[in-house]
Design a protein around this ligand. Structure first.
Ligand code: NAP
Length: 246
């Protein structure tokens, strides 16, 4: 198959959690997928093997989204192996729940570097390298609408992602590229579950009127919509996906 035959999607933080399910969903829809990861090499390569065995085109690329040079190389490698990128999903993220007063400088920087700088780094590359008609889906969080104690730094970094999304959508004028963000509520992944008691998990799970935690598939289906032709008139929006939580 030539590298022009399928559209290309780059999903950051796709070794695990929501990103891995997005990669599977987009591969199943015919995208050649670049699976970015920072540390989880074996999970990323297992996913690549699984997708290739199913007949899909997939590669894994180690890159820290917070590092501009890594991000340039990630775009270079994706273009060289799969072709020019049509869909960029900025999913990579971390969460450390802790009162602001206890945050270290390092944790503040890490959180902002991955969410705000990481999104900035990939958008800057995408500005000149994404195919016309492309799609960008950034990741915020419904916590931005909740102002939960313990989430101040995480929320502030995701608020920055929302602002980058809304301005960058306008800066893509003339390219037929849409730029949106999804803002999930609690989803049953390691990021959410780690460090929480069963009671805390159940309390959060019961909060939305639909009375359950989100599943990665709930989010991946919305990303798929935003990545596809049916969402062409949705642009510059923050789409909360949370069962009605906020
Ligand atoms: P997860 O299961 O912890 O997975 C996080 C992914 O991000 C992993 O693949 C990880 O790769 C990658 N990653 C972390 N730091 C990175 C870096 N510097 N460069 C590249 N990749 C990096 O998390 P998740 O729940 O799927 O979350 C995905 C996104 O949804 C995040 O942006 C998160 O903020 C957002 N979100 C999640 C929830 C939720 O409840 N789960 C709610 C709202 C928003 P390695 O393992 O290789 O480090």
């Amino acid at each position: 198959m030539s590298i022009q035959d399928s559209k290309v999607a780059l999903v950051t933080g796709a070794s695990r959690g929501i990103g891995a399910v997005i990669a599977k969903q987009l591969a199943g829809e015919g995208f050649a997928v670049a699976i970015n990861y920072a540390n989880s090499a074996s999970e990323a390569s297992k996913l690549v093997v699984e997708l290739r065995q199913a007949g899909y085109r997939a590669i894994a690329i180690k890159a820290d989204v917070a590092n501009a040079e890594d991000v340039r190389r990630m775009f270079d490698e994706t273009e060289a192996q799969l072709g020019k990128i049509d869909v960029l999903v900025n999913n990579a993220g971390i969460l450390k729940v802790m009162p602001l007063a206890q945050h270290s400088d390092e944790l503040f920087e890490q959180t902002f570097n991955i969410h705000a700088r990481g999104t900035f780094n990939t958008l800057r590359e995408a500005a000149t390298r994404l195919n016309n008609g492309g799609r960008i889906i950034n990741f915020s969080s419904s916590t931005v609408g909740m102002n939960l104690p313990g989430y101040a730094v995480y929320i502030a970094s995701k608020a920055a992602v929302e602002s980058l999304t809304q301005v960058f959508a306008k800066e893509m004028r003339g390219r037929d590229i849409t730029v949106n963000a999804v803002a999930p509520g609690p989803v049953a992944t390691e990021l959410f579950l780690h460090g929480k008691s069963e009671e805390q998990i159940q309390t959060l799970a019961k909060m939305p009127p639909l009375e359950r935690l989100g599943r990665p598939e709930d989010i991946a289906r919305v990303v798929s919509f935003l990545a596809g032709p049916e969402s062409g008139w949705v642009n510059g929006q923050i789409l909360r996906v949370n069962g009605g939580l906020v």
